[in-house]
Design a binder for this molecule. Structure first.
Ligand code: 6PG
Length: 238
């Protein structure tokens, strides 16, 4: 048996996937705020989470989430302006931040206006400071098994100290800034959200590969607490 999450939730449809994941996050946010007064989450980028963020900011959940006590970080960012089409911040702003009553001070974008991506990474690491482990890290998965901007064959996979680092992604010929395994794996929980038949091959490989010589960056995700995969049927068809 390959790499396995603590919890694997398979939804019958994408609609059900986003509803179930949103309800789980809303409940966890309330638990965290009730016990510690705050909920900190690192958002995922790319396209999949958009519908999740829209679920969180639609009724009934928008009325149930303690927004003023929630702090939003980013698992990774592309080295583009925050109003660029490729920006994860721009996607989250449109599908989440402008749809819910979140105090501006609770939103912690990864800066992308430094001279170099590494300077931005260092600045973000300073901002995160000695944040105790995030309550939740939300992640996606690429068809090559990357997550956040932890891409196969990149040096960032071997970063064992810095919480945030820059990474040059050859196939996109672009720089990104990403949380690293040390920071992600200090999280209390991690949720991987996977939707669509284009992910079925990588899902099948990751969950079923027993070959020790074959590994994917997603398999390095081991939070202190629970690791949950929310997968719709199309992505799990494997
Ligand atoms: C990013 C994400 C990245 C994403 C996967 C899946 O900045 O792109 O952090 O890790 O989760 O590439 O992307 P899709 O959801 O668009 O398939």
């Amino acid at each position: 048996m390959g790499y396995s999450p603590d919890k694997l939730i398979i939804s019958n449809s994408a609609d059900e996937l986003f509803k179930e994941a949103a309800a789980c996050i809303a409940q966890y946010a309330n638990e965290c705020v009730q016990t510690r007064g705050v909920f900190s989450i690192a958002l995922a980028g790319g396209g999949t989470p958009k519908r999740l963020y829209q679920q969180l900011t639609s009724s009934p959940l928008i009325e149930q989430i303690p927004w003023a006590s929630c702090h939003f970080y980013f698992g990774d960012e592309r080295m583009v302006p925050h109003d660029h089409d490729d920006s994860n911040y721009a996607m989250a702003h449109k599908s989440l931040f402008e749809r819910a009553p979140i105090p501006a001070g609770n939103i912690h974008p990864i800066p992308t206006d430094c001279d170099t991506a590494q300077e931005c990474a260092n600045r973000y690491a300073q901002e995160i400071g000695n944040l105790p482990g995030l309550d939740l890290v939300l992640l996606g998965i690429g068809q090559d098994g990357h997550t956040a901007s932890l891409f196969p064959g990149t040096d960032i996979l071997h970063e064992d100290t810095r919480p945030v680092s820059a990474v040059y992604v050859e196939k996109f010929r672009s720089w990104r800034i990403s949380m690293t395994y040390p920071l992600i794996n200090r999280a209390k929980q991690a949720i991987v959200l996977i939707s669509g038949s284009d992910k079925s091959d990588i899902v099948h490989q990751v969950l079923n590969t027993d070959n020790p010589d074959v590994s994917f960056p997603i398999q390095g995700i081991r939070p202190l607490g629970r690791l949950s995969w929310f997968v719709d049927k199309d992505a799990y068809a494997g």
